[in-house]
Design a binder for this molecule. Structure first.
Ligand code: AMP
Ligand code: MG
Length: 526
């Protein structure tokens, strides 16, 4: 018998325009003394108070029901006061909007001041679980940190950030989230291919949500400018708000290292490639932040990056990510040096990062294979041989592990895995994979686990937000059809469930999408 909740038993949702905002960030931290909203270097401040620039016409294109429920906010109509707030056209009396000041290492080089060049935080609200959450508009107009850019965002990249944040959350990976996607009714000029052909595209604003958007770079800019008092206040603030139980700056750094290790294990286990792991895109809460030219591994290739801007340097490839995160943590640790008497504990935390990552990755791999551990003699070789074979055969990372659960341990063959292969039939190479599957079956048989399939399906998602799927949603929305995006978002709420009626959304990237813009690789243009 099914139970129907009485309407009154449902948690009550408030209209967005009735929210009450707190502003601990603004109230606790040093403000920019100038209120001039034009690109400039800012000194001795954690942020600048700045208001969103209104847009021509605000129209709500998409809304995350799950996040709305968590925040206790009602889904608003396409136009009206809430859509105006979400576009930056209207402020509520309790908001103290600001753009944060940060710096960062971009592609390995210190880039100086960056900051929220197009993101404006409206303030903080209390979610249904009592946690505090910031609401931030991305694409809300120029700030002192916009440098030479326009402060805006295009629809395609906004949709990608909106939907992937939510998909990531439902995979169980720490991430900033996204509440809404709003069309601005204004064109934004972008040179999408960086080939000297700028063209107008529809503009959009995403409302992002996170306990805090603080990045390594917010700390780095204070350290780089030798503004030790500001640095100290920022560390005290983030510890008071988010790391209350920790006794020292050293312990805070260690916790960020721990969280980052777990985050990287998650990215790697699901084949996520962030694409721009600059230190200004690394959250001090260990969340995935700043969805740009990201991608999900299709054919397994540790040297793959979806970011065409990185195609030469190959710095942010799938396989480099764990090492890059450690490099970024080292830069973050350096920024904290003025506050610690001895660097040794920070160095120890960097080592701990590597240990935790390796430990977590071994566990994740074991779970992906349906094994209890990878500690038996021969296991390491088994893993290494698998990754060589997957790459040789151009095998879809997500589908391979998902379908591996269907391989019979008694009569192992490649049939269940056919959907994962991109290339033409290459019998000799398939032999390599078949030999591996037979070894795997022997190994898995010894575990004698009647729940192998269930356990594997809980570790290996069937649905990930592949770039070609994102592109189908973008193309449809450009024609005013939100149904493709809505269906995707619904399916991605349950990425580990079979959902056979949505089988098409689990398919490997079709060949037409291999070289089509946005469907596999992307530029940073957004
Ligand atoms: P990202 O590569 O998106 O992490 O951005 C790097 C820096 O460039 C950040 O400081 C952003 O705020 C800034 N930025 C990126 N796009 C724009 C834009 N359209 N307008 C202003 N600032 C931008
Ligand atoms: Mg960024």
């Amino acid at each position: 018998m099914s139970t129907v909740l009485a309407r009154d038993a449902l948690p009550r949702l408030r209209p967005l325009e009735g929210l009450d905002f707190r502003n601990t960030f603004v109230d606790a931290l040093p403000a920019d003394a100038l209120l001039v909203n034009r690109p400039r270097l800012v000194a001795n401040a954690a942020y600048t108070r700045v208001e969103p620039t209104p847009v021509a016409s605000a129209r709500l294109l998409a809304w995350s029901d799950r996040l709305g429920e968590f925040l206790g906010i009602d889904r608003p109509p396409a136009s009206g006061p809430a859509a105006e707030v979400l576009a930056g056209n209207r402020l509520l009396p309790s908001m103290k909007p600001y753009a944060a000041r940060y710096g960062g290492h971009q592609f390995g080089v210190w880039a100086g001041q960056l900051g929220d060049g197009r993101a404006i935080t409206l303030g903080e609200i209390v979610a249904t679980d009592g946690s505090r959450q910031e609401l931030q508009l991305k694409g809300a107009g120029k700030t002192p940190y916009s440098r030479t850019a326009d402060g805006r965002a295009v629809l395609r990249s906004s949709l990608r950030e909106f939907a992937c944040s939510e998909a990531m959350f439902h995979l169980g990976v720490p991430t900033t989230r996204a509440l809404s996607l709003v069309a601005t009714g204004e064109p934004v000029i972008r040179d999408m291919f960086y080939d000297g052909n700028p063209a107008p595209e529809p503009g959009a604003v995403v409302c992002r949500v996170a306990p805090s958007f603080l990045r390594f770079g917010n700390f780095q800019i204070f350290a780089a400018q030798r503004e030790t008092e500001g640095l100290k206040r920022l560390v005290e603030y983030v510890m008071r708000e988010f790391y209350l139980a920790l006794p020292s700056v050293e312990a805070f750094f260690e916790e960020v290292c721990r969280r980052t290790a777990l985050l990287l294990v998650d990215w790697m286990r699901f084949g996520f490639v962030h694409g721009v792991m600059n230190t200004d895109n690394m959250s001090v809460l260990g969340q995935t932040i700043d969805y740009g030219p990201y991608g999900w591994l299709e054919g397994y290739d540790p040297g793959w990056t979806p970011n065409t801007t990185d195609a030469q340097s190959l710095r942010y490839t799938y396989g480099n990510q764990p090492g890059i995160a450690q490099w970024n943590l080292a830069r973050f640790g350096e920024a904290l040096l003025p506050l610690v008497p001895d660097p040794a504990p920070l160095e120890a935390s960097l080592k701990l990062y590597a240990e935790l990552f390796n430990e977590g990755w071994q566990k994740a791999l074991a779970a992906k294979l349906g094994l209890r551990s990878l500690d038996e003699p021969g296991d390491e070789e088994l893993m290494n041989d698998l990754f060589v074979a997957l790459q040789q055969e151009e095998t879809d990372f997500t589908l391979f592990f998902r379908k591996l659960a269907d391989v019979s341990l008694e009569r192992p063959d490649l049939k269940p895995l056919e959907a994962a292969f991109y290339g033409e039939q290459e019998p000799s190479r398939r032999e390599v994979l078949l030999a591996w599957i037979r070894r795997y079956a022997e190994r898995a048989k010894r575990e004698n686990d009647p729940l192998r399939r269930e356990r594997m399906n809980a570790a290996n998602p069937k649905y990930v937000f592949r770039n070609y799927l994102a592109q189908t949603a973008i193309d449809a929305l450009a024609q005013d059809d939100a149904s493709v995006l809505e269906r995707l978002m619904r399916v991605l709420e349950r990425p580990f469930d079979e959902q056979p009626e949505h089988e098409d959304l689990a398919a490997r990237r079709p060949e037409w999408a291999r070289h089509k813009a946005g469907c596999s690789a992307l530029s940073c243009s957004s």
